[in-house]
Write a protein that binds this ligand. Structure first.
Ligand code: PEP
Length: 249
């Protein structure tokens, strides 16, 4: 399956000049790569990559509403008209602001209707000895895919991001064996929903403190089709390491 590496810049960088530099660096990496590279900059910088395919342009969020009186919101059709091909929905930082899986599902369906591929984020907040995280992952996935059918699930990317592994304050990346176990579990739930053959074709990526080093280990043993990268996507050299890890045999 073709690998995919998604750069989530979040609300960075502060200056346009710095955004241009990171984009130039990322373009060079994307040109040489056989994987799909997606850059999701904050909205003010989206025009810098309008219509780009190497890397693909992505957005970090969108509204499920079509148009109208929704101050501060951006629609899927507007994003599509700017050449956006992917959109992150349900990132844990947005779920922490109150976004429910029901809303995530509406966003995913609205994106698909506008010919944009949703990158649907799921992941447990914590792990404990009772192993409740499996139920949390299962229901986030099932609820976030309401309305998605056997045809358009193929357009979706599932980003498995355990919340405890994301960001500066986290404990660091999940170990590869645990990533593999989660990927199998997600595939199993997808198989129950859409059938094993279709589930096999859905790209599942891992996100959470991925850097040059951890990407190699996870790519080797994690059973995923790529990564969703936060901090390291702002450093082209580090990002290149991650992209190279995805092309290693
Ligand atoms: C993310 O924002 O989804 C993420 C994985 O961030 P980081 O790589 O910085 O942990």
């Amino acid at each position: 399956m073709k690998k995919i590496i998604i750069a989530n810049w979040k609300m960075n960088p502060t200056k346009l000049a710095d955004a241009k530099k990171i984009i130039e660096g990322t373009k060079k990496i994307a040109k040489k790569s056989l994987s799909d590279i997606v850059v999701c900059p904050p909205f003010p910088y989206i025009n810098l990559l309008s219509g780009s395919k190497r890397p693909f342009l992505g957005a970090q969020n969108m509204s499920f509403e079509k148009e109208g009186a929704f101050t501060g919101e951006v629609s899927a059709a507007q994003l599509y008209s700017l050449g956006v091909q992917y959109v992150i929905v349900g990132h844990s930082e947005r779920r922490a602001m109150g976004e429910t899986s029901e809303v995530v599902a509406k966003k995913a369906c609205a994106a698909i209707q506008s010919r944009i591929s949703p990158i649907i984020c799921i992941g447990e907040k914590e792990r404990n000895q009772n192993a409740e995280h499996w139920q949390e992952i299962k229901w986030q996935l099932v609820d976030s895919l309401q309305g998605v059918n056997k045809t358009n699930i193929k357009k979706c990317v599932i980003a498995y991001e355990p919340v405890w592994a994301i960001g500066k304050k986290s404990v660091g990346p999940m170990n590869p064996a645990d990533v593999a176990e989660s990927a199998i579990f997600i595939k199993k739930v997808l198989a129950e929903m859409f059938g094993p053959q279709i589930a096999e074709g859905v790209r599942i990526v891992y996100g959470g403190s991925v850097d040059g080093k951890s990407s190699k280990d996870i790519m080797r043993a994690g059973g995923v089709s790529g990564f969703l990268v936060g901090r390291a996507s702002l450093k082209p050299k580090e990002f290149e390491e991650i992209v190279l890890a995805c092309s290693a045999k």
